[in-house]
Design a protein around this ligand. Structure first.
Ligand SMILES: Cc1ncc(COP(=O)(O)O)c(C=O)c1O
Length: 437
């Protein structure tokens, strides 16, 4: 394969040195290998280019938002036009109203909609609404699920190296008040019996159960989401789907359409606005109506506002992206590309005798180095993270950028991109097989 990475230019080295000095969070290296730290220059369609001029086929997609591809002309045009008309009014403008209409039309649970700026905020507000609606404080999440940075959910996520006996949470950051841990219960994904036992023991304290319908890259098995819906309904506990990753990605109607389960509330972000900051809380009217301003007088008010919430730039970007998602054949094409990668990579792994499983759904999947496909977080934790890191690094060296935890496929990936990627995977897998054999 004829791909060679150019060594870092002086300019990129200088930018990285400043990053290291001034930005405690660092350069957000996709592979975690220090040699691969890079500064992005620009991105177009399916490609991302670093400061030294290296081009990569991008499966990181900005951690998901760039489902339509980078700098899509329809999105850029809509944003440019809106910028000429102003970009922050606080008050509602037509793009916000039209986006609300589109979402109510597309998303099964969405009777009412509220906007914010990130997935973190959307989850945070959804949980606040659920607490107010039920008059209870506790929430239940699934071990290994990621729901952003709010204190209540930055617990037992995918970066939990020493899990506790469930349902006890593990805070994933210092600085979270100890008292918040007492408000969070943790259950194992895909295990409805264990989940039901926890829910039933705490039914009277729980406001909400929050779940990523596609749990990182582990799909629900044996009707898990349907059973979870029945369980929460039985106890009058709000079921919240975190659709920040799955929104408009698994289907036009998102994971709730794809898996055929309608939650009470959902949180969205990332993919719906082609990289422009947005978060959406959507759900049943009787819960969402707690956010009505009149309730400040009549009682039961839930505050979920913000200066940039529903800003017209993010809304026109989302409207342009949703127009692209609504076109004929879009999901068939997206799934066909993702499926080619998933099946191609799996058969290369099998042929090379590497114990690994491609797991997820065609638009978002990962290669897990373990003996059987993971069904929950403990399975993921038992997998070989070293081999996975080697694979991710070997791909970057060959011009394919993925996150250290998944591949995101976009509408912009071409057949040639898929061919190139499969060839890079073939070489990366050969390298791994040789190094471990
Ligand atoms: C499922 C899920 N929920 C919430 C979030 C948080 O979104 P944001 O980073 O926009 O705050 C993420 C981000 O990766 C996510 O993957």
């Amino acid at each position: 394969m004829a791909y060679t990475r150019t060594p870092r230019t002086e300019r990129e080295n200088e930018l990285l040195a400043i990053t290291e000095r001034l930005l405690p969070a660092g350069a957000r290296n996709p592979t975690m290998n220090p040699e691969h730290a890079l500064i992005v220059r620009e991105a177009h369609g399916s490609k991302i280019i670093d400061e030294s001029g290296n081009e990569y086929i991008d499966y990181l997609l900005g951690s998901g938002p760039m489902l339509v591809g980078h700098a899509h002309p329809a999105v850029v045009g809509a944003v440019r036009e809106q910028l000429e008309k102003g970009n922050a009014y606080l008050m509602v403008s037509e793009p916000t109203v039209r986006l609300a209409e589109r979402l109510v039309d597309a998303i099964a649970c969405a009777e009412r909609v509220s906007f914010c700026n990130t997935g973190t905020e959307a989850v945070y507000y959804a949980l606040r609404l659920a607490r107010a609606a039920r008059g209870r404080d506790k929430i239940l999440k699934f071990e290994g699920g990621y729901h952003g940075q709010a204190d209540w959910v930055l617990m037992s996520n995918q970066w939990t190296w020493q899990p506790q006996a469930l349902p006890k949470p593990v805070a994933n950051s210092k600085g979270i008040p100890k008292s918040v841990e007492g408000e969070v219960l943790v259950a194992p994904f895909n295990d409805i019996e264990a989940t039901a036992a926890i829910v039933e023991a705490h039914a009277d304290e729980l406001a909400a159960v929050i779940v990523e319908p596609l749990h990182r890259t582990v799909p629900p098995h044996d009707g898990f989401l349907t059973k979870l819906r029945a369980l929460t309904e039985k106890h009058g506990i709000a079921l919240v789907f975190d659709e920040v990753v799955t929104g408009f990605r698994l289907a036009y109607g998102s994971a709730q359409e794809y898996y055929g389960v309608t939650p009470d509330l959902c949180a969205m972000g990332k993919s719906i606005s082609a990289g422009h900051p947005i978060g959406v809380v959507a759900g049943r009217a009787e819960i969402m109506e707690h956010a009505e301003a009149v309730r400040q007088i009549t009682g039961g008010y839930v505050s979920i506002t913000g200066t940039y919430s529903g800003n017209p730039v993010s809304c026109v970007a989302a409207l342009a992206a949703i127009d692209l998602f609504a076109a004929d054949g879009v999901y068939e094409a997206l799934f066909s590309k993702g499926r080619r990668l998933m099946t191609g990579i799996q058969s290369m792994l099998d042929d090379a005798g590497v114990a690994a499983h491609v797991c997820g759904e065609p638009p978002a999947f990962e290669v897990w180095f373990c003996d059987a496909p993971p069904r929950n977080f403990r399975d993921m934790l038992a997998s070989d993270f070293g081999e996975r890191a080697k694979f991710t690094s070997a791909l970057l060296e060959r011009g394919v950028m993925k996150a250290h935890e998944k591949f995101f496929v976009s509408l912009a990936h071409s057949d040639e991109d898929i061919e190139f990627t499969l060839e890079a995977c073939r070489e990366a897998i050969r390298e791994i097989a040789e190094s471990s054999g």
